[in-house]
Design a protein around this ligand. Structure first.
Ligand SMILES: [Zn+2]
Length: 127
């Protein structure tokens, strides 16, 4: 039987490989999050964060148990709050996975070489 989908027309289509941005609830800046390709689309794998003021979206697996009223209302940590969540950190600051990988390769250049990758594969084998 043919299904009349006219009620769905006009709904903005967001494909599996597109993602939304969020507005920082503290300063209004457009914020990004990290996403990972799971084969059928993208899945958010890091919190939205504000490059301008430092606010970070509260994650489901974060350790904080006491939130301020502003944090409860917005769902984001205040800009000055130290972050102890599970996102990519460099120098105590939440960063994108691209920056985290770049810093890792700069600090551990051997792991990025073919020799390093071979070595890691060898020591990673179960004994
Ligand atoms: Zn902000």
């Amino acid at each position: 039987m043919y299904r009349d989908d006219s009620e769905y027309r006009g709904t903005p289509f967001i494909g599996g490989y597109e993602h939304n941005t969020e507005r920082c609830p503290y300063c209004g800046e457009v914020c990004e999050a990290d996403w990972v390709d799971v084969g059928v689309g993208l899945v958010q794998c890091g919190p939205y964060h504000c490059e301008k003021c430092g606010a970070i979206e509260i994650g489901a697996f974060d350790n904080y148990t006491k939130h301020t009223e502003a944090e409860k209302k917005t769902g984001w940590y205040a800009p000055e709050k130290p972050y102890t969540g599970v996102g990519n950190m460099v120098g105590g600051k939440l960063v994108s996975h691209q920056k985290a990988l770049r810093v890792y390769k700069e600090n551990y250049p051997f792991s990025a070489t073919e020799e390093g990758k071979r070595y890691i594969r060898e020591i990673g084998e179960p004994t």
